[in-house]
Design a binder for this molecule. Structure first.
Ligand code: GCU
Length: 433
């Protein structure tokens, strides 16, 4: 590798080179005055026109109906829950990790009886002290992009053996985690800060569940469930986002078995495509106690019917294996969608939900993320929740932290920063303590 290539790889990994900005993707709308009128479906009216008047009707009728619609039309059906043969083992524990500031655990999870079948590796940090005064610890759980080794420079983290795409300006330069990937996204995870605030933080590399490419649907968890190839799938068969979401639930299964973790207080979080996965995971799995969507954008928290930034057609073309094939029916036809993303957010009600945007992330439509959250408020109101407490899109760096809903837009680009984490931790203190 040339020195230029190497420095460029390191810069991308370290997050110092911005991903494509809005201006790099011409042909999409970034002009608020060009947003066309649109009508959002009412989450509180069933498909047959019946109004949803109370929380009981939401739970027993409308919620299952919406889950069915999102499964059939967008993410694809989740073919099963925890496999009968799934088992796990703690492979390492260091009670004096990070210079004594944390306990580090590594857990291998095999999805079948076989040790050579599909598997994932869960990394957990928790405050020191074991089953002391504050354990079991509430926890944050999220998928990572470059292997568990990317979340902290800790030399004790086992390098992932999964195929991880390392890209630079010229494309993919490596498919393996190496020492240089250790800690490259540490600023996105803030392990020391999270642990110092009294939380555990847990992660799995998303590529271990399903590689982020079309070929991923022929391997690992996809193969376990007999998923067909990307273009051969039945219209409602799942894709990578469904598999990543499924993996989050399996990680939660494991966390809930750990007496040092409070399995009833596990927050799920994710950035960008992994934010989409976190939302779909928590829509389906009500065990997640708090949900955090960081810049999840199109197919995540942003409204699809609002023509701003990324479109349904574009996301299906760029990532044909992320969603169900059925979702392509809405390419350039967002007006025909019988649902929108505010209803995905509403599926999380009444559990706390924090949506965050970045000012410089027009591709993800920050205002559309806020508007989706506002449009989910009536469902939260059924449960007596007051909502965000603001009527209009808040100013940049002025978070709105309500009783169950929170939103902030910060300065800067598409990323997760310590400023985002400061808000997430404050909101978690409020709703998970
Ligand atoms: C692309 C994609 C987005 C996605 C993002 C990411 O920009 O178009 O939908 O959120 O990648 O995951 O970083």
């Amino acid at each position: 590798m040339t020195p230029r290539l190497l420095s460029s790889v390191l810069a991308v990994l370290a997050g110092t080179v911005a991903p494509l900005s809005a201006a790099d993707r011409p042909g999409f709308n970034y002009d608020e005055s060009k947003v066309l009128p649109y009508t959002l479906p009412n989450p509180l009216v069933s498909a047959d026109g019946t109004p949803v008047r109370d929380a009981a009707a939401w739970r027993t009728q409308r919620r299952p109906e919406l889950l069915e619609i999102f499964s059939r039309e967008m993410f694809g059906r989740t073919p099963g829950g925890r496999p009968a043969g799934m088992h796990w083992a703690v492979t390492s524990v260091d009670r004096a990790a990070l210079g004594g500031k944390a306990v580090r655990k590594e857990i291998t999870v095999w999805f079948t009886e076989k040790k050579d079948g599909p598997q994932m590796h869960l990394l957990v940090y928790q405050p020191p002290g074991g089953a002391g005064a504050h354990a079991p610890w509430p926890a944050f759980l999220g998928l990572n992009y470059f292997g568990n080794n990317c979340v902290n420079a800790d030399p004790g983290i086992t390098l992932t053996t999964a195929r991880v795409d390392q890209r630079d300006d010229f494309g993919v330069v490596d498919h393996h985690a190496t020492e240089r990937t250790r800690g490259v996204q540490a600023q996105r995870w803030n392990v020391e800060t999270v642990v110092a605030r009294g939380y555990a933080t847990a992660t799995v590399c998303y590529d271990e569940l399903c590689e982020d490419r079309s070929e991923g649907l022929a391997k690992d968890v996809a193969a376990l469930f007999g998923t067909r190839a990307t273009e051969e799938r039945k219209p409602d068969e799942w894709g990578a986002l469904g598999i990543w979401a499924w993996g989050l639930s399996r990680a939660l299964d494991v966390l809930q078995s750990d007496p040092e973790i409070d399995g009833k207080r596990v927050a799920v979080h994710g950035h960008s495509r992994l934010g989409k996965a976190a939302l779909w995971a928590s829509a389906q799995d009500e065990r997640f106690a708090l949900v955090i969507s960081n810049d999840s954008g199109c197919g995540g928290a942003a409204l699809s019917k609002r023509n701003f930034g990324e479109t349904v057609e574009r996301i299906n073309a760029s990532f044909p294996f992320w969603f169900a094939r059925a979702f392509r029916a809405y390419n350039a036809r967002e007006d025909a969608l019988p649902f929108d993303q505010h209803e995905l957010l509403a599926l999380i009600a009444p559990r706390p939900l924090h949506v965050a945007s970045a000012e410089g992330d027009a591709w993800a439509d920050p205002r559309g993320e806020f508007l989706a959250l506002k449009a989910a408020e009536p469902v939260y109101a059924l449960f007596g929740k007051k909502g965000l407490g603001v009527a209009a899109w808040p100013a940049v760096n002025h978070p709105a932290l309500g009783d169950a809903l929170a939103y902030h837009v910060r300065t800067g680009k598409h990323d997760i920063t310590p400023d985002d984490w400061a808000q997430y931790l404050d909101f978690a203190d409020r709703v998970m303590r």
